[in-house]
Write a protein that binds this ligand. Structure first.
Ligand SMILES: Nc1ncnc2c1ncn2[C@@H]1O[C@H](COP(=O)(O)OP(=O)(O)O)[C@@H](O)[C@H]1O
Ligand SMILES: [Mg+2]
Length: 199
């Protein structure tokens, strides 16, 4: 399939919808190992993104991701705002063409992951959203991304000990809980898969 502007807008609208629907759950997860605002932070910013995308149709995929990055950066707040914001801005920067191939989509996502790692000074295994982004991108490269792969990556964050973000203050007590940012990232990639099925 080809990844065009309409696809990018629909993907982000679907992601926003899923986050808004799971706002309470995301905040409950954050309540256990953080400060309980992840759902509120994300839903606020993504409601703004939905409006921005509906009001002015982006000119390209690059433009769509730029709007997402800027909106999330300015409206989400918390740690997750700058992290997701950096991801989408890096994805936008990585794109030259109007329509992406599968390879170019993967390259853009890799740039997004690098953006998160750079901004968060973090890497896989620290119980963050990266623990979903990395295995998802790996599976995409192998053409093996499924809903189960995303779910398995998310569930694995349960066993990890947090060493970044607020959850790191809990040390060993962070073990046994899902990471909220990993959960919202799982929603992002479930929305990506859902679009593949539509197209
Ligand atoms: N340094 C980091 N690198 C990557 N992800 C991080 C980092 N710090 C926090 N996160 C992610 O952000 C999520 C928390 O987001 P949120 O609750 O919105 O922000 P805050 O922690 O400021 O309240 C965590 O669950 C984790 O996935
Ligand atoms: Mg929080």
């Amino acid at each position: 399939m080809t990844y065009n502007t309409k696809w990018a807008v629909q993907w982000l609208q679907d992601f926003s919808e899923r986050v808004i629907q799971n706002k309470q759950l995301l905040s409950d997860l954050d309540q256990a190992i953080g400060d309980g605002d992840h759902g509120i932070n994300m839903a606020r910013g993504l409601t703004e993104l939905q409006k921005a995308l509906a009001e002015k149709e982006p000119a390209s995929v690059k433009d769509t991701f730029k709007t997402a990055g800027m909106t999330i950066l300015s409206k989400v707040g918390g740690a997750s705002g700058p992290l997701y914001g950096s991801a989408f801005l890096a994805m936008s920067k990585a794109i030259d063409n109007d329509t992406l191939t599968e390879t170019q989509l993967i390259e853009a996502l890799e740039a997004g992951l690098a953006g998160i790692e750079h901004r968060g000074k973090s890497h896989a295994g620290e119980k963050t959203m990266i623990d979903v982004w990395e295995p998802v991108i790996h599976a995409l490269r192998q053409d093996e991304l499924t809903s189960d792969v995303i779910e398995a990556a998310l569930q694995k964050t349960k066993d990890l000990k947090a060493t970044k973000g607020r959850a790191a203050y809990l040390g060993d007590r962070s073990i046994g809980h899902l990471d909220p940012g990993a959960y919202s990232s799982a929603l992002l990639f479930q929305a990506l898969l859902a679009r593949e099925e539509v197209n």
